[in-house]
Design a binder for this molecule. Structure first.
Ligand code: SAM
Ligand code: SF4
Length: 341
């Protein structure tokens, strides 16, 4: 391995992880993400093609990125998803091939898990907010729970692991399921991660009081389980805990659970993530209000040096934190579905 170049921002944080949104379209309408009617979609001509994605991510990998996570919108809606994964997994930089993973709602994974694994996809995070079909319909505004569950099984069978499941708890909707969701994950050898709802929905419906906090979630879990912190978090967003039956701190762990407390326990100090939107804009934070256009220079024939310069310029302007808890916080113009969660 050649020496890994450093993608360091003005606060000394090394960046290794690139989140790539492949589309802003979705087959669900999760209430914490999109309004029922959807959002004004990005113009089709602005979406990066397979070749453009491979070119831009290739430059980022050469610059020091080692992990690429595909997201959206729903990344499995791209008809060329297998081709995209194959192109990105074949890239090689000073750190070797990047690890390519994906965050998905799982719909379509029953059909695609095997070809994606063959194309080089390493693992998936599947979003699962409920095990109840009616609650799914209410939360995601579509009747697709069985498709998501089939996707989870297919991911396991295709070896797309270690499998992670993502849950956003919404008050009076799915909070009562926290323990059942964790049991479901533990039985499958998956790690469930509870994500605090963030102010990123297009409908601007987030409120601090309405949000379920990490402390509340932990308290519900601790009624049934003993949680022991796992040390060595590094740049990971999730605080991880070994899970044992309550009152049995010496028992063999049943597995692990993660808590992503973006709002109440921000972890910006260790952030190692950059984001590329489906229309080729580089963002240095989920909550950034500015973006750096990589699509236009690429389409106008800019070479590796110019794109790399823009990546470093974006890093240099990265703020120390997301500012959600500051009185003057402004939600970014783009909703989560168009940034890539
Ligand atoms: N459609 C895919 C999915 O749902 O997994 C990928 C994109 S989605 C934006 C990525 C992750 O962001 C999901 O786990 C989703 O639950 C989470 N998410 C979306 N909106 C959120 C919000 N307002 N706060 C916290 N997490 C959110
Ligand atoms: Fe779609 Fe994912 Fe947003 Fe739900 S969270 S609406 S599945 S992009």
């Amino acid at each position: 391995m050649r020496g890994l170049p450093l993608l360091v921002d003005g606060h000394g944080r090394e960046h290794r992880d690139l989140r790539v949104s492949l589309t802003d379209h979705c087959n669900l309408r999760c209430t914490y993400c999109m309004p029922a009617e959807g959002v004004p979609w990005l113009p089709k001509a602005t979406l990066l093609t397979v070749d453009e994605l491979v070119a831009l991510v290739g430059i980022a990998v050469e610059a020091g990125i080692t992990e690429v996570r595909l997201t959206g919108g729903e990344p499995l809606l791209r008809a060329d998803i297998v081709e995209i994964v194959a192109g990105l997994a074949a890239l090689e930089g000073p750190g070797g091939h990047p690890e390519v993973s994906m965050t998905t709602n799982g719909i379509g994974l029953a059909r695609l898990a095997e070809p994606l694994a063959e194309a080089g996809l390493a693992r998936v995070n599947v979003s699962l907010d409920t095990l109840d079909a009616d609650t799914f319909k209410r939360l995601a505004r579509r009747d697709r729970l069985s498709d998501t569950l089939a996707g989870i099984e297919a991911a396991g069978a295709a070896g797309l692991g270690p499998l992670k499941l993502n849950t956003v708890l919404m008050r009076d909707v799915n909070t009562a399921e926290a323990v059942d969701l964790l049991r479901f994950a533990l039985e499958r050898g998956a790690e469930l991660r509870f994500i605090e709802q963030m102010p990123l929905d297009a409908g601007h419906t987030w409120t601090r009081d309405g949000m379920v906090t990490a402390d509340e979630t932990q308290a519900w879990l601790e009624q049934v389980f003993h949680l022991e912190p796992v040390p060595g978090r590094g740049a990971a967003p999730a605080e991880r805990y070994r899970v044992r039956p309550r009152g049995e701190p010496d028992a063999t762990p049943l597995g692990t659970v993660g808590i992503i407390a973006s709002v109440t326990r921000p972890f910006c100090g260790a952030c190692d993530r950059l984001r590329l939107t489906a229309d080729g804009q580089l963002r240095n934070c989920l909550f950034a209000t500015a973006e750096s256009d990589l699509r236009t220079p690429l389409r106008e024939g800019a070479g590796r040096a110019e794109v790399t310069r823009r990546i470093h310029a974006s890093l240099a302007s990265k703020l120390p934190g997301h500012g959600i808890n500051d009185p003057g916080f402004l939600q970014p113009r783009r909703p989560m579905s168009a940034i890539g969660g």
